[in-house]
Design a protein around this ligand. Sequence first.
Ligand SMILES: [Zn+2]
Ligand SMILES: [Zn+2]
Length: 261
Amino acid sequence: MPLPIDYHTHPQAHSIKPYTAELLQPWANSARQSGLKEIAFTDHDRYLEGVDFSEIDKVREANPDLKILAGIELDNDPVTGRAGRMWVEKNWDKLDFVLGSVHYLPNDTEMFDQVTRKDEFAKRDLAADCAHYIQNVEGMIERGGIDALAHLDLIKIHGVWHPEGGLLPHFSALLNRIRREDLAIEISTAGWRKPVGQQYPHVDIIRAAQQLGIPFTLASDAHSHAQLAEEYGRLEELLRELGIREVASYEKHRCRTITLT
Ligand SMILES: [Zn+2]
Ligand SMILES: [Zn+2]
């Protein structure tokens, strides 16, 4: 059976495109074709103006065989982050699922995960950047209003950081915090199409999360409906190798477990 959920998608991609049937239906079609049972629309909160809950309801009615989650990817954008959090608070009852993510390092106006910044990152003190990154993820958890964390070790994106002892020592305390706060983390195929060439998060981090009993969602971080469930065959193999037989499913922020078949 194909993997059943893709909980990280961007129907609006990189600009405000108001939700309509024309925008959203291709995502439902593509989900069905990929064998998905559940998808979450999680556009960036900087495009929250385009999100329309009544249009999501219409797509739900038109596609009763799919579970469609209303969601958002809330990040630490220094300009829009605050408005995003207020919007999430206001619309909490209409939202099923909120992803928290960190795309900005302190005093930086540009997202650190821009592929154009690879050469710059090759010269930076990545251990210090990672510490700042993790402080920001903790700040996100502190402020609340999220259900799961997206691409947990995104700081590795440029593939230029190879810390001795791996990434896990940098993330263990954070994982404990995630467990205490009852949050999920996603296993995302998006890293396979980035310079690092590795899923998010690293297998060491996934294994540690398994030990702690942190629930997992699955994600492609698709910015086009054609990218939905991208590399899910490879993801399925990885889950099998790791012995992950369950994933988390959400509805109005309530988490339940789906067994993979
Ligand atoms: Zn992101
Ligand atoms: Zn995303």
